[in-house]
Write a protein that binds this ligand. Structure first.
Ligand code: PLP
Length: 395
């Protein structure tokens, strides 16, 4: 009998348009996980059949993730999250190469930004690549940043705030020619763009379960054949000795199933979801003056729309949306009530007050046209109201 937890609540008024923050667990993923949270609780490293069965499930999940990337299962390492995968790849590349310089972009996720800042405080040099007004990097600047002592270049595949895509294959090739290891944070990509690493010069790639309808707290690091990986978390011989700690089996099983679904949903994301996003965006641009899109017009994730509403605080828009059961987020980190302007949007040249007026909407294949229409009806009135309030004289 299917579990009540995996039913979609169709009566719920919630409209979730924040899928770059996290995603709902797909019903198929949940169902695949349940046996490993209940009867199959053996340790995958145990020698008896009750444990070995569980080890088989981890093996299957590794094959499923490998199939998504079109690589060999032994190139897949399970971790605790995208952040750990990013840290593992960058630190391993620096330790294996013995070099003291890293290249990152100014628009990385905090998983990489904070590590870059730590590197700078601990005797490493970091070149932070700039972006232009559409969030793109310049390949000549990438080439100029590669030095004799460069141990790693890490550039995200897709930006989580704007959806801008980076030419990571080209950059990986530039790095390979100079024998520099290349890592990409691909956390935002599965199920949205094709990922085929079979012939790719990319050395390391990070994924995170909760961005592709699997649970939180499980991630993946792919390492290219022949690329050395030095462990960060040391312990038992799990993950071929590269990542100690008893495996988070149920979540790994869920991630394996989610990887299969991501491959199946790619067409829907690239067609139906993209069309919904485009309708959403063009309708708002047409109906609300003083609205602009942040991100690369051409090379962008099909599900992401980051919009600037001039003269209105994103925080106020989000509050009004929340009152209507609509979830979206600011392209900024909210810290104890004060909205810091997003480092991504300010790096793209937006003034702090412009960056504070941006809202990110991110769809998934669970979103429907009715939901988008409901949101399209709500937003113009919200913006008009907030603009009217901001010009009212104070007495
Ligand atoms: N990288 C990107 C681009 C992300 O969007 C995120 C999550 O927001 C992460 C890394 C971190 O992943 P996790 O939450 O699994 O640590």
């Amino acid at each position: 009998m299917p579990s009540p937890y995996c039913k979609l609540d169709t009566n719920s008024p919630l409209i979730y348009l924040d899928n770059n923050a996290t995603t709902r667990i797909a019903p198929e993923v949940f169902e695949a996980m349940v046996p490993y949270l209940t009867e199959h609780y053996g340790n995958p490293s145990s020698a008896y059949r009750f444990g070995k069965q569980v080890g088989e499930a981890v093996k299957t999940a590794r094959e499923q993730v490998a199939a998504l990337l079109n690589v060999q299962p032994r190139q897949i390492y399970f971790t605790s999250c995208g952040t750990e995968s990013d840290n593992l790849a960058i630190m391993s590349a620096l330790r294996v190469s013995g070099k003291k310089h890293a290249v990152l972009t100014e628009v990385e996720h905090s998983a990489n930004m904070k590590l870059g800042e730590w590197l700078e405080d601990n005797g490493y040099g970091v070149t932070w690549l700039r972006v232009d007004g559409q969030g793109r990097i310049n390949l000549d600047e990438v080439a100029a940043s590669l030095r004799e002592d460069t141990g790693v270049v890490s550039i995200m595949w897709a930006n989580n705030e704007t959806g801008t895509l980076f030419p990571v294959e080209k950059i990986a090739q530039m790095c390979a020619e100079k024998k520099i290891l290349f890592h990409t944070d691909a956390v935002q990509t599965p199920g949205k763009i094709p990922l085929d690493l079979s012939e790719s010069p990319i050395d390391f790639l990070s994924l995170s379960g909760h961005k592709l309808h699997a649970p939180k707290g499980v991630g993946v690091l792919y390492a290219r054949r022949g690329t050395k990986l030095r462990p960060y978390v040391m312990g038992g011989g799990q993950e071929n000795g590269k990542r100690g700690g008893t495996e988070n089996v149920a979540s790994i099983v869920g991630l394996g199933r989610a990887a299969e679904l991501a491959a199946e949903n790619l067409v829907d994301e690239q067609t139906r979801v993209r069309a919904l996003r485009d309708k959403f965006e063009s309708t708002l641009l047409e109906t609300i003056p003083g609205t602009a899109v942040n991100g690369d017009a051409e090379h962008r994730l099909p599900n992401t729309s980051n919009l600037r509403f001039d003269g209105v605080e994103a925080e106020a828009i989000l509050l009004a949306l929340d009152q209507r059961g609509i979830c979206a987020s600011a392209g900024s980190a909210c810290t104890t009530g004060s909205l810091e302007p997003s480092h991504v949007l300010t790096a793209m040249g937006l003034k702090p007050e412009q960056a504070r007026s941006c809202v990110r909407f991110s769809l998934s294949h669970f979103n429907t046209e009715e939901e988008v229409d409901t949101v399209l009806e709500a937003i113009p009135a919200i913006i008009a109201d907030l603009r009217a309030q901001s010009v009212q004289p104070t007495t």
